[in-house]
Design a protein around this ligand. Structure first.
Ligand code: SIN
Length: 313
């Protein structure tokens, strides 16, 4: 018989009963997934990054299949913060789901505006500040590619939102020195880090001889990027062992989630795998519980960063 495992985890002062979350952008606000399992049964629902105004996103086609993954070029389509707060958050709280609200902006001021709107909302567990969306017209607006811009966004959100709500800064792997950017956003007030956003990629249709995606470039997700995620989480956990990491990138089994946890993740988001199997989160959660038990871990927390132990001894 498997030994029971305490699966609970924390990101800043937010507590979650299990470490398996949705990934922002892959399940909107969770309504479709709720046909397959009660949303309260997983760690948290991380909502699609919302902006201050409604947004149509990028031209179609917006998706491309690739070997071991997919490219998306959505361009932050969404209803805008006012509609989201009026409709999606109350519905999620009715489901008794734990809610992490993801926000995205085109300017430092837009992030602060979003933070101001969230300040008075009760019941949400944390805010994910997405500073790494690859699908913007101007690469200069990928704040997470610039240490100073990253810091300024998080500083603005922290000052506006106050001290209580945990801030999770979502970073890009498409940078030279990820630990430097991670340290900067933590110094600016982030309590936790989300690693990794998708990897910038492109597909050219060799029949039409033109870029396949309407927006030309897109974000690569799925199994192809798991080694990039493991590397990023491992590097950042080594540099900042006290900072909790919400890991993501190509997780489709309990073994994949366990790998990210061994690298240093305190929680794991599942995205692309849910498109093929909408119940993937529940399956991964149960597989992870069994693996932790079989490996003799009484708590999830004991396994976080375990792969670092030998070299630190
Ligand atoms: C998108 O809406 O384009 C994806 C968002 C992201 O990857 O951050």
């Amino acid at each position: 018989m498997n030994m029971p495992v305490d699966m609970s985890t924390t990101l800043g002062n937010a507590w979650f009963p299990t470490p398996i979350f949705t990934a922002s952008g892959c399940a909107s606000s969770g309504k479709e997934l709720s046909q397959f399992f009660p949303l309260k049964d997983v760690g948290a629902i991380v909502t699609k990054s919302v902006m201050s105004k409604p947004r149509h996103g990028r031209p179609t086609p917006r998706m491309a299949e690739t070997p071991s993954g997919m490219l998306n070029s959505i361009g932050l389509q969404g209803p805008g913060i006012d509609s989201f707060l009026a409709n999606d958050v109350p519905w999620l709280l009715e489901q008794k789901a734990r809610v992490v609200v993801s926000i995205a902006g085109e300017t430092i001021e837009e992030y602060a505006t979003l933070a101001r709107k969230l300040r008075s909302v009760s019941g949400i567990s944390a805010v994910e500040v997405n500073i790494s969306c690859p699908n913007v017209e101007n690469r200069g607006l990928v704040f997470a590619c610039d240490p100073d811009a990253s810091r300024r966004v998080i500083d603005g959100v922290r000052k506006t939102i106050g001290g209580e709500l945990p801030i999770i800064a979502k970073l890009s792997p498409d940078v030279t020195n990820l630990p430097e950017i991670a340290r900067g956003v933590v110094d600016a007030g982030a309590d936790a880090l989300a690693l990794i956003n998708t990897v910038l990629g492109m597909v050219i249709n060799v029949d039409t001889m033109k870029p396949h995606l309407g927006g030309k470039t897109g974000g690569l997700s799925g199994p192809a990027i798991k080694p990039v995620a493991v590397r990023a989480i491992y590097q950042v956990h080594a540099a900042l062992p006290e900072v909790p990491i919400l890991g993501m990138g190509g997780v489709s089994s309990g073994r994949d989630a366990f790998e990210l946890i061994l690298a240093g993740a305190s929680a794991v988001s599942v995205g692309t795998a849910s498109f093929g199997n909408p119940s993937a989160l529940v399956k991964i959660q149960e597989e992870l519980r069994e693996i932790l038990s079989a490996k003799g871990f009484a708590t999830l927390k004991q396994a976080v960063g375990y792969a670092h132990r030998e070299e630190n001894a």
